[in-house]
Design a protein around this ligand. Structure first.
Ligand SMILES: Cc1cc2nc3c(=O)[nH]c(=O)nc-3n(C[C@H](O)[C@H](O)[C@H](O)COP(=O)(O)OP(=O)(O)OC[C@H]3O[C@@H](n4cnc5c(N)ncnc54)[C@H](O)[C@@H]3O)c2cc1C
Length: 523
């Protein structure tokens, strides 16, 4: 990643470029305004600029952009990517908009099924036993992080996008709490009866339908991915994840045998953390094994641990796991896992070598799937990710002003750093597209075309996937940083000591990158 902005962790050059770009625009457009334009009846726009992207956006929209009914900038997902772009919009972009007197008003709507983020970077340790990572460090409420935006137009709604109509430019959202229903009804000014109801604190909020259609002027998709196990990532409200963690903690406490499936970083970390914290009472200067250690089996599904790491690091991870007593089995895959198959709580794990394991606990660490089921199939790639332009982060086939970033975007390699590298790109291109729209509104017959053409896209640069950290034991692990192998203790220092929980506040309060240096005041 290029130069890290000291406060935000965002790439600095893009922000600077766009400030000056838009200051220029403010000056050049001041003279070309004053036409009264109704957003809903605006005529067809001029041909698109020759260079750049499809900045051809229709200016019709189903909300008016007046003060009472601002245009919706909708962000789906409130984790690393969604929080970062939402804060960036409220901190910076908003003030750079309304470049003409005909410009609309805007509001940000942040939609997420969970009111809290889940610090799943620490999940492999958190799932082992209660208190290894404090619950307050694992689940951080989103809303307080936005208190510093008081006075700015934003609303956070606990809901899940269930369908998306890219032609109508709407997202259908299932509201997941009565607070969300109330908030949504306060947003809507379409029905005065509804407004009266929401104004009256005594009125039953259940009058509002549970599913609502949210129109958008711009849409930013940051719905991420979910691990196959609900222990490793959110699958809805964070309370579901807390319940899943509580259930596994009590299961592991009495388990005699545990199978971990998956030879990637999550599987290796999980097997290592289980062995470390369940089977040993002391770790330094020598480990002390408990009297009846649990049998921990790791199924890697390939011919080595950590297949994306250099071979030497794979072998090192394997040796570390073996030193902890983990039974590693390569080249065998799980074909089915039946929980509580005999009503005693045990799990029947069937393998593709026609053998079966009966164990007390089973933890699948078998990768992630994109949270994009709400998107039309035509807008998803063959793996289900949202088809996103890897240069501009726009979802080109979804019409104007639609973007995706973070795990859900087809260009992402599913690391937090991919999300943070994309934030300045989405921020800059969103600003360009919104300003282009304003310029068209101000000069419907093409008077601002030069200014629109002058808006330059920010381009996403793909990060080399050569930095990965995998804590294994109490004080060590394996890792690669910008291609260089890290000493075991360094992996502990950089990640395994506390799974970077001290950086979580930064993510929630300022949308900052938890891996950026120097660290922020929130730590
Ligand atoms: C166990 C584990 C450990 C990891 N460790 C690391 C690590 O050490 N370093 C690293 O760089 N990466 C790590 N990763 C990857 C990292 O977690 C992801 O890259 C990161 O979470 C992606 O962030 P995101 O904001 O794109 O999506 P997510 O974090 O997946 O968040 C998605 C957001 O969208 C919301 N959402 C989901 N569906 C909908 C919907 N239908 N409508 C609205 N909102 C929705 C969710 O509630 C959530 O708020 C790890 C992943 C796992 C599973």
């Amino acid at each position: 990643m290029a130069n890290i902005d000291r406060d935000s962790g965002l790439s600095a050059p893009s922000r600077e470029t766009n400030y000056s770009e838009h200051e220029k625009l403010l000056n050049t457009t001041a003279a070309v305004q004053a036409q009264s334009v109704d957003n809903n009846t605006f005529p067809a726009v001029n041909p698109p600029p020759k260079t750049g992207h499809t900045r051809t956006g229709s200016v019709t929209t189903n909300v008016s952009g007046t003060l009472n009914q601002p245009l919706n900038i909708v962000v789906l997902g409130a984790s690393f990517a969604g929080l970062s772009i939402a804060h960036a919009f409220l901190d910076t972009t908003l003030a750079q908009l309304r470049t003409t007197s005909a410009a609309p008003n805007y509001r940000l709507i942040l939609i997420s099924p969970s009111t809290h983020i889940y610090w799943n970077i620490g999940a492999p340790r958190a799932l082992v036993a209660l208190g290894l990572i404090k619950q307050d460090d694992l689940f951080i409420p989103i809303e307080p992080g936005f208190q510093r935006h008081k006075g700015r137009p934003y609303t956070i709604i606990q809901g899940r996008a269930i369908t998306w109509d890219s032609n109508a430019r709407t997202v259908e959202v299932e509201l997941l709490s009565s607070a969300a229903e109330k908030r949504y009804s306060q947003l809507s000014t379409t029905s005065s009866a509804q407004k009266r109801r929401s104004d009256n604190p005594l009125s039953p909020v259940s009058d509002a339908p549970r599913t609502q259609t949210v129109p958008y002027h711009a849409l930013i998709i940051a719905t991420g991915s979910s691990a196959h196990s609900n222990l490793l990532s959110l699958h809805g409200p964070h309370t579901d994840t807390i319940a899943a963690l509580t259930a596994i903690h009590s299961k592991l406490a009495t388990a005699k045998s545990i199978v971990v499936c998956g030879g990637g970083t999550s599987g290796i970390e999980t097997a290592g953390q289980l062995a470390t914290y369940l089977n040993y009472t002391r770790h330094w200067p020598v480990r002390r094994l408990i009297a009846s250690p649990k049998k921990i089996i790791l199924l890697t599904g390939s011919d080595r641990c950590l297949p994306t790491f250099p071979l030497k690091q794979s072998k090192k991870a394997e040796r570390k796991l073996q030193s902890l007593g983990v039974d590693i089995r390569h080249n065998v895959r799980v074909t089915s896992a039946k929980e509580d198959f005999d009503l005693t709580g045990q799990v029947k794990v069937e393998l593709d070598d026609d053998t079966t394991l009966i164990v007390d606990a089973y933890i699948p660490c078998t990768g992630v799937s994109p949270n994009a089921a709400f998107a039309p199939p035509a807008l998803r790639d063959e793996e289900g990710y949202v088809k996103t332009n890897a240069a501009t982060c726009r979802v080109d086939e979804a019409g104007s002003r639609v973007y995706a970033l973070g795990d859900v975007a087809s260009f992402s390699q599913n690391y937090t750093l991919d999300a943070y590298a994309a934030v300045p790109v989405v921020q800059a291109n969103l600003l360009n597209d919104l300003v282009a729209h304003e310029l068209r509104l101000a000069s419907p017959y093409g008077g601002n075309q030069d200014a629109i053409d002058a808006l330059k896209d920010e381009i996403y640069v793909r990060r080399d996937k050569d930095s990965q950290l995998c804590p294994v034991t109490r004080f060590g692990g394996v890792g690669v940083l910008t291609g260089l192998a890290l000493p075991s203790l360094m992996v502990h220092k950089m990640k395994g000591s506390d799974y970077r929980v001290r950086k979580a506040a930064r993510v929630v309060v300022d949308g900052g990158n938890p891996y950026a240096k120097p660290f922020s005041k929130y730590e």
